[in-house]
Design a protein around this ligand. Structure first.
Ligand SMILES: C[S@@+](CC[C@H](N)C(=O)[O-])C[C@H]1O[C@@H](n2cnc3c(N)ncnc32)[C@H](O)[C@@H]1O
Length: 243
């Protein structure tokens, strides 16, 4: 499966953005189902955005480890922008095969820890094998659910999601749970392919605009800190936990 975007998906529904303050509505009405939708989406909409299909393990694992990622995503620039310190506790949510997990593990060092959270056991198995191969010992694989990353309250300094948030089946519930897992002043970082840029060759529902991410975070106990545009194709959007 390719996650590259070829012809623009004609079925994308535009102009139906919900403006409701979702914080004040019942859980059942947070999400809307539409019959007409993008073939790469799941037909469920949150705040006007269609939720993307989850990248399956079978096709996804190879794609996530493709060598071109080095120049398409420049992982070293992202890691630098995160300003992590040795000893930090980090959660790599939607860790996949561990492409970023192993790099994070190196940065936080042996006094630090990286929780690699996934909903697909096959991804976690790949990741665990790779960490053993590389003799990395400060990574803890965690099997989460579509609503809960299974992290302890106030346990992490930084939560990272690289190409993940747009796939959350229950984005509201996930962000609430992740916010609880952040320590005081902890940061939550969204790395998303730029939805504003038609030249970023990724399928439409696997991209997000900065405005959409910021709109979706407004109802959570998070404050926007910065959007870093150092990467070739992706936004790095940083929030901090509010008191
Ligand atoms: C496109 S992959 C990105 C993997 C990794 N972050 C990377 O950049 O190499 C998205 C991953 O997010 C996972 N995912 C989707 N929803 C999730 C959720 N609610 N909790 C944890 N992982 C989730 C999927 O299983 C998939 O492996």
């Amino acid at each position: 499966m390719s996650f590259l975007h070829f012809p623009l998906m004609a079925a994308i529904i535009g102009g139906h953005a919900q403006t409701t303050n979702l914080g004040s509505v019942a859980a059942a009405s947070r999400y809307e189902t539409r019959l007409e939708h993008d073939p790469d989406g799941i037909g469920r909409f949150y705040m006007g955005r269609e939720i993307a299909q989850v990248m399956g393990h079978q096709a996804g694992a190879e794609w996530l480890e493709r060598p071109e990622r080095e120049h398409e995503e420049r992982p070293e620039l992202l890691l630098e922008a995160l300003k992590l310190k040795p000893g930090d506790a980090v959660a790599d949510i939607g860790a996949g095969t561990g492409y970023y997990t192993r790099r994070l593990a190196k940065l936080v060092g042996e006094r630090g820890i990286v929780y690699a959270v996934e909903i697909q056991q096959e991804m976690l198995d790949d990741l665990t094998n790779k960490m053993a191969e590389l003799k990395i010992q400060n990574v803890k694989p965690v099997l989460g659910t579509i609503t809960d990353p299974h992290l302890a309250p106030a346990s992490v300094d930084l939560i990272l999601m690289v190409d993940v948030y747009h796939e959350f089946d229950h984005p509201y519930e996930m962000v609430q749970a992740m916010s609880h897992a952040l320590k005081r002043d902890g940061r939550m970082v969204f790395v998303e392919f730029r939805g504003e840029d038609p030249n970023v060759p990724i399928k439409r529902v696997h991209k997000m605009t900065e405005a959409q991410v910021r709109k979706e975070m407004m109802i959570h106990p998070l404050r926007w800190v910065e959007t870093n545009e150092v990467l070739p194709w992706q936004h790095v959007i940083v929030f901090q936990k509010k008191e």
